[in-house]
Design a protein around this ligand. Sequence first.
Ligand code: ATP
Ligand code: MG
Length: 671
Amino acid sequence: MVGSAATAGLDPEQLEAVLAPRGPVCVLAGAGTGKTRTITRRIAHLVDSGQVNPGQVLAVTFTARAAAEMRERLATLGVAGPGNVVAAQTFHAAAMRQLRYFWPMAFGDMRWELLDHKFRMVGRVVRDLGLDASDRDLLRDLASEIEWAKSSAVGPEQYAAEALRVHRDVPTDPQTVMRVFAAYEDAKVAPNGDRLLDFEDLLIYTTMILQSDPSIAEEFRSRYRSFVVDEYQDVTPIQQNLLEAWLGGRDDLTVVGDANQTIYSFTGATPSYLLDFTRKYENATLVRLQRDYRSTPQVVHLANEAIGKARGRIAGTRLKLVGQRPAGPEPIFAGFDDEISEVVGVVAQIRKLIRAGVQPAEIAVLYRVNAQSEAYEEALSEAGIDYQVRGAQSFFERPEIVAALRRLVSLAGGPPPPMQPVDAVRHALHQVGLTESEPKGANARSRWQQLLRLVEIVEAIAAEGPQLDFAGVVAKLEERSKMRHAPVGAGITLSSMHAAKGLEWDAVFLTGLHEGSMPLGRASKSTDDVEEERRLFYVGITRAREHLHLSWSLSRGEGRGAKRRRSRFLEALVPVSKSAMDFEPLPERTEPDPDVLAALTAWRTRFAESEGIMESNVMSKSMVRAIATAVPTSIEELAKVRGFGAERADVIGRAIIEVVDAALPGKNAKT
Ligand code: ATP
Ligand code: MG
């Protein structure tokens, strides 16, 4: 078969994976080494060589976009066309189809319907439990917790213990989550047995049917014989259960993945199935790919350096990538004084690339949180450069912004408010969720960040037009939202780093690489979280084929919060350079930070009291000063403060880092 379309242009390792006999195959490899290419070729080869019929192959991945991409590649290879169909689907789509087919056989007349708004159902049960259901963000976060628990195969009764074990960012007390979760599960079942199934249930029920009904299992297994999973590092326990139910003890399974690209742990995904694959299937063909076909040696070098600093079990599995492409430009590192300068600098560089002939569709701007897209949307609109926002609506289309704008417009139609326009806006937005301090829970926080951003836009409008009254400011705001370019196909891509996984562009801009944003402020508490952020940084770097631009800013802007540091992930990556764009890291402190010192002193007193020990036994005064001088950002850094030591760090390290973080608002700057 060598020489066919399926095997042409593959390197020896890729070829080994493609040609391996039917049975367990595991491809463990870094970014850009051709994993997705290898599995599509393997499918084509199995089909071409008559080892399996196309209809017997089930290829699964995690996003609809990735599934579509796989179908496209299979179609090019001639094995996904009409009448010659390899199923390439997401886990959910595959489960839904199977459930539709098998449900009547398993449950007879009992009916099911898809519950696609978990959030509404959560609202209903919260009300039925007599709890306050007015906080929509809390409802959303409760829904996310239920989703995580179900994806992790954790039931209501185990929720509290598991959430504690994995340090979940629980939106309210765990007992309440547990009660809501249990009530939610009950509420989906009608007295006559009919039921609503959420997305996790699709997987759970399909698995259950296949496990408990031998004749259905028999029918399924005679239909599908060969299974392939892309991005296997992101599988959740219930997806894994389904996969095992599909297999039913068979072993015709090809998986590919990169544990160092695990970036969805917070949804329950885990790389352990990938890493344990060859232990489970001792006869598996294991292939490692190291040649990077995507990126220039310059980008590859930086990727190796960045992930080279990772720690822990996952990091132990990484391989050094070897760049295969011709040399390209050195990555550009650019530090700026404030966020606006960063956006201006990035857009200037984008123009330069376009002038040099890079296609706009081959350029991406990646950021850590979706709220960061707005500044780029704005600047690109102004520069007349088309763009599209991937994985999220563009700023002015987001529901909270649409709602906020509607409210402002309706207020602007009434009597003028008795205060400054900006204050009036703030006041109005207060009522739609702009609280004084950052709220708890991911959804609440995201919404809050968007609203904060809206206030900043209003501040800018008011600064440009000091004569404008409230209605005038709101009119400008509306105008601004309408001016935005409608998304078009060929523009540059704006995307979160998460949504960029698996994709590639000629030019990639990684933006907002400062502490508090990368790693995210709330993620810099535990080592595991920081490591996941580091992997995200690695995913970002490895999206670039040729041009890579890494930028950060040292403050939010004039008078808005304290100075902040560039990302710890950039340490030792940024070349020492005399470029005017480059900023040296902030000078090391020689004196304690007064805020940190005060906060730590107070904490020491409280802690000593609560433990019934002397303050000096918690730590000495000079130790408190040493910590307030070093301002550590992680437990590891804390352990290195002279005299503190790893043992003490184990016991009180986390608490101290939290105190330091809370005392340094600039470091946790909202982004
Ligand atoms: P990621 O981890 O980011 O998902 P991946 O390992 O799946 O990456 P692919 O997307 O399959 O990598 O391949 C990366 C790029 O390298 C693609 O443009 C692909 O066409 C190209 N490529 C892969 N293998 C080869 C090869 N043997 N020869 C030439 N180009 C290749
Ligand atoms: Mg891939």
